[in-house]
Design a protein around this ligand. Structure first.
Ligand code: CA
Length: 237
């Protein structure tokens, strides 16, 4: 019988810590695979694609950021949580640029990790559950397909999109021509890590503009509203 449990890959070079996470997540109903580094991880992903990857940043050889980028290029839907030892802001921002969905700094309470895993899976896993008839919204030079949670270009080719990026674009698509406050965006997207530092929302907007704007230096679709936040202006025609 096929195993329908959610598949999580834990990448951690320290064997004891890896085993701890594999056991803990396993006890909480997930199917869990462990990898001690990039080579094992890639092999695992090719053979048995995960729903979520927990990536330690400090690994011998390829670090967690490189693995996150590689994984995000393969799939816009997979959940990615980075595990950082330093917990400093620079690491986190770099991580957001890799398409990770969330972070957890070491040392962490396993219950906190479990909460974040569930939260990321909620955001990434509801592609099948989104309401039928949800539309497609033109945003800059791309089209957001809300039902399929995809960002497409004219040819229908898929642009990679992290779950949290999709959530942001969807918020804009649902609230056209309305200035959206940065605080409200942070709260509504419900991305815990973003609450810690405001600038994360600006970084995400910058990243989204690169994906959808004709000229990201002079954004037309997602405009800055000074003193407030951002506003999505649908293009005419
Ligand atoms: Ca490590």
């Amino acid at each position: 019988m096929a195993d329908t449990r959610t598949h999580i890959v834990v990448v951690e070079d320290e064997a004891a810590q890896r085993q701890l996470l594999v056991d803990y997540l396993g006890r909480n109903g997930f199917r869990v695979s462990g990898a001690d580094g990039g080579a094992a991880f890639r092999k695992l992903v090719e053979r048995d694609p995960p729903d979520l990857a927990l990536l330690d940043i400090g690994l011998p050889g390829e670090d967690g950021f490189a693995l996150a980028r590689w994984l995000r290029e393969r799939s816009g839907k997979v959940g990615i949580i980075m595990v950082t030892a330093s917990g400093d802001t620079v690491d986190r921002i770099v991580g957001l640029e890799t398409g990770a969905d969330d972070y957890i700094p070491k040392p962490f309470d396993p219950r906190e990790l479990l909460a974040r895993v569930k939260s990321v899976l909620r955001r990434t896993g509801n592609a099948a559950a989104s309401p039928a008839g949800a539309g497609k919204v033109r945003m800059g030079r791309r089209v957001l397909d809300i039902e399929r949670r995809l960002l497409l270009d004219e040819t229908g080719a898929e642009e990679t999109l992290a779950a949290s990026e999709f959530d942001l674009l969807k918020l804009f698509a649902e609230n056209p021509n309305r200035p959206l406050a940065r605080d409200w965006l942070l709260e509504t997207v419900g991305h815990r890590e973003m609450e810690a530092f405001d600038r994360a929302i600006d970084l995400r907007i910058t990243r989204l503009r690169r994906k959808i704007e004709l000229d990201p230096a002079h954004p037309d679709a997602i405009r800055t509203v000074r003193g407030i936040g951002y506003m999505f202006v649908p293009s005419k025609g």
